[in-house]
Design a protein around this ligand. Sequence first.
Ligand code: 13P
Length: 253
Amino acid sequence: MRRKIAAGNWKMNKTLEEGKALTSEVMNMIEDEIRDDVKIVLCPPFIHLTTLQGLLKGKNQISLGAQNCSEHASGAYTGEISAPMLQSIGVEYVILGHSERREYYGESNELLAKKLNIALENNLTPIFCCGEPLQIREKDMQTEYVRKQIQASLFHLSQNDVARIVIAYEPIWAIGTGKTATTDQAQEMHATIRKQITEKYGQETANNISILYGGSVKPDNAKELFACMDVDGGLIGGASLKSRDFVDIAKSF
Ligand code: 13P
């Protein structure tokens, strides 16, 4: 059975005090409100991770994720954070290949293949993001586009390793725009991704990989999205910055 996940990507938001308050609120609310089989992942900015890790001690339902990591293990890479560092403070997940990293920081499919390797070597669970820009969707070429992203970054991995990742489909035109993919659009792409994994790694591996949807997930659309057969949860941006909204989304399974 694949895991149901509600992951909050805070992006570059929240001071430390604000982040602590948000985390405490989420912790208190999930106690009685969220199903035990739903995994909550909070992905704050790097510098908050250690403090929040302390706050979350003993709360196994909530894990921490980073929003990125270096493709190198250590060395002269000023300003970078490595996968071994994240592992050393108890971080369990790392978002890789978010469209904002691809677009503003030039991250290519090939670079992401290296980041996936080092994340897996350090026992982090990558949340690998893929998704097409608006121009591609308008030409109805989204399937080829996303298939290429997956093939170029994931298909060097062994079956064991691919089974350890989470995929997030985030159509770029739906991120931060309030324009969510329809349930048909989300389900169609998620099924396509699962089929592609099946072709390469077999049915069992594909059936066990969680595929999250991201892009303007809100409390009022989460239920219908999460009800889609191949949608196993969400990667939530804006709505993860408000505890009530985020927990309401996590309750939508
Ligand atoms: P929004 O939920 O703000 O659209 O952001 C989605 C996202 O980019 C999550 O990684």
